[in-house]
Design a protein. Structure first.
Length: 277
């Protein structure tokens, strides 16, 4: 298991802001302009910080961009509330402002929904798409997902903090405490957008987006990921889909706990997709 990067260190990954429609998008960037562009979309309640390790490993291969979704991290929320099409539309405008004309997309969990929506909105922009834990949910998953992050009223004794900690820690008790603490701070910071993003995933017409895709698509997941079961149904809807063996002993934090494996998968897939253009 890789040691996730959760603290401050000197890194090739930089942070910046861009103005989009009167709102700021915070993002991480690594690599050199002129290299193939790869855009990374995070899960909830994470931020682009979850891609620190992967970006460091891929910086010699790609020009990497990782935005914080609206309402998360340093990015301003949207006026109309949380929806996957709205997230994607806002980040599409951000990419236009960044002068990106062709790129690959990678998304994990909520980020997979955003990446798929954006790829369907902008086939001119997305040359290839990789999905870790695609969000092709069952009816049962749609029924329980938003409630799994229901807000807990603030308590003068701080009991709500303990409950939130226990929920986040239960996602994968094997990861370093520092990672769980970072996720807790992210959850507190994004507030209602944590649950809102989960509801947005449940409301999203993911099937229609998958059906609209024409670019190469890679779908995979960790072997202990709750969304591993969505990989095969996702592949069945794709015109040009492929997969990889489930990543051993990996759950929701696979992009950090198994950063080396994920980085290798992405480098191989996007490298091959580019060679086929």
């Amino acid at each position: 298991m890789d040691k996730p990067v959760v603290g401050r260190s000197v890194s090739a990954v930089r942070r910046a802001y861009a103005d989009v429609g009167g709102r700021q998008v915070h993002y991480r960037v690594a690599g050199e302009r002129g290299a193939p562009v790869l855009v990374l979309f995070h899960q909830s309640p994470s931020t682009s910080a979850m891609y620190q390790s992967i970006m460091e490993k891929l910086t010699g291969r790609f020009y990497l961009l990782a935005p914080d979704s609206p309402g998360f991290g340093g990015s301003d929320p949207l006026e109309g509330g949380d929806s996957i099409p709205a997230y994607a539309g806002h980040l599409s405008a951000w990419l236009d402002g960044m002068k990106v004309s062709s790129c690959g997309f990678f998304g994990h969990h909520t980020g997979a929904a955003v990446a798929t929506e954006l790829a369907s909105q902008r086939p001119d922009l997305c040359s290839a798409l990789a999905l870790s834990g695609p969000t092709l949910l069952t009816d049962e998953q749609r029924a329980v997902l938003p409630g799994s992050v229901a807000g807990v009223p603030a308590d003068a004794d701080g009991n709500h903090l303990l409950e939130l900690w226990q929920r986040l820690r239960a996602k994968d008790p094997r990861v370093p405490l520092a990672l769980s603490q970072r996720e807790m701070l992210s959850a507190l910071h994004c507030g209602e957008h944590y649950r809102g993003s989960y509801q947005a995933v449940c409301d999203h017409d993911y099937e229609a987006c998958l059906d609209a895709l024409h670019c190469p698509v890679l779908a995979f997941a960790g072997e202990d990921d709750a969304l591993l079961s969505a990989v095969e149904p996702t592949l069945a809807r794709l015109q040009c889909g492929e997969t990889r063996a489930p990543i051993a002993a990996a759950r929701t934090y696979v992009c950090e706990s198994h950063a080396e494996e994920v980085a290798t998968i992405l480098a191989d897939f996007f490298g091959a997709a580019r060679n086929e253009e």
